[in-house]
Ligand binder design. Sequence first.
Ligand SMILES: *[C@@H]1O[C@H](CO)[C@@H](O)[C@H](O)[C@H]1NC(C)=O
Ligand SMILES: *[C@@H]1O[C@H](CO)[C@@H](O)[C@H](O)[C@H]1NC(C)=O
Length: 394
Amino acid sequence: MLKLSWAVCLGALSLLPSVVYAAGCAGLSGSASGNDPFWMNNSGLTSLSKSVYKSGYKVFRNVKTDYGAVGNGVAGMYDTAAINRAISDGGRCGQGCVSSTITPAIIFFPPGKYRVTAPIIPFYYTTLVGDYNNKPMLVADANFNGIAVIDADPYIPGQVNPDGSGVNWWTNQNNFFRSIRNFVIDVTAMPPDAYGTGIHWQVGQATSLNNIDFKMSSASGTRHQGIFMENGSGGFMSDLTFNGGAFGMWLSNQQFTIRNVKITNAVSAIYQLWNWGFTWQNIQISNCQVGFDLSTGGLTLATQSAGGVLIIDSKISSTGIGIRMTSSQPKTLGGSIVLDNVAFSNIKTANIQDASGTSHCRAPGFSGSGGGDDGVACYPGAPPSPPHDATGEP
Ligand SMILES: *[C@@H]1O[C@H](CO)[C@@H](O)[C@H](O)[C@H]1NC(C)=O
Ligand SMILES: *[C@@H]1O[C@H](CO)[C@@H](O)[C@H](O)[C@H]1NC(C)=O
């Protein structure tokens, strides 16, 4: 049995700048084996986590033992308030604060079912961590009211910029130092025609989402979505699953690297209104109407808004259209999509379809009938042999 020493604890917490985080895990000793509780489920961490900038400031906060969240699936308003208190406690960087690196917080969620009635708002420099061994569930109440179960950049109601756009708590490209890991987020109790959304993730760099399962309605006409991200300058995501919804991931941002994602039963698995450059690896899409939905903007280089997409070691299966795009621009990389080791199987209409309805990328086994296949083969020569598996290994 693998034994990990508490040095792991020191190592992980030292992700925070050492000048801010002065305690380490000095009071803990011992080792853990595979069946032991997740190491963060230890209320002793709270008293150990101190800031050298603010006396009494706690970096580590346990939503149950420190703030009284119940996590029994029913205490909705109470749990929402307790979680938001765990986040905001100690004079942190919330609305009106441009940015701060001296008030970080790790908010730990022990296992449980936390019913949420209004958005959980992670302040600047917040990490939300669930118990890795038994992921806590954040369950949107049927009457949930707000943009998303977790809202990383709230809009200020009633305020607009001169150009008519919304005003956020933080500037989207400057919304740094955030992560969320080890959760199940379930919006299926909300009516399918409500915009039930898991995470509003309008963030900049040093941000990540890891190991999160999103559950949405797959009723016809569903408006649910896993992640909604309209702009920003990210970022990294990995090990995410999405089931149901109008959109698994609705992602517009300058750039992101995203790997190990499984999306099933969504209308559009991935939708992009705009981007500069996205890298995707090991994306598994099945039983959706559209896989990558990049069909946005105009048809000229100047007006086309989504493009610059690299997809590696991925598979799209049992789906209507694999990739829907605007058009590639002659002689530029505008609107370019690079596919490296991407398998299409049981695609109904087109592996890749452009705005004119023409389908491209006639892969071996393509049996689509839509849109006048232009005969461009995905594999100009023989298909790679042996093909890589989903992890990229031959
Ligand atoms: C987490 O810690 C609490 C005490 O703080 C304990 O009651 C609970 O059983 C622990 N749960 C797990 C899953 O380790
Ligand atoms: C980000 O997108 C939202 C929604 O489209 C918009 O209101 C806001 O103005 C955008 N922000 C910037 C800086 O472009």
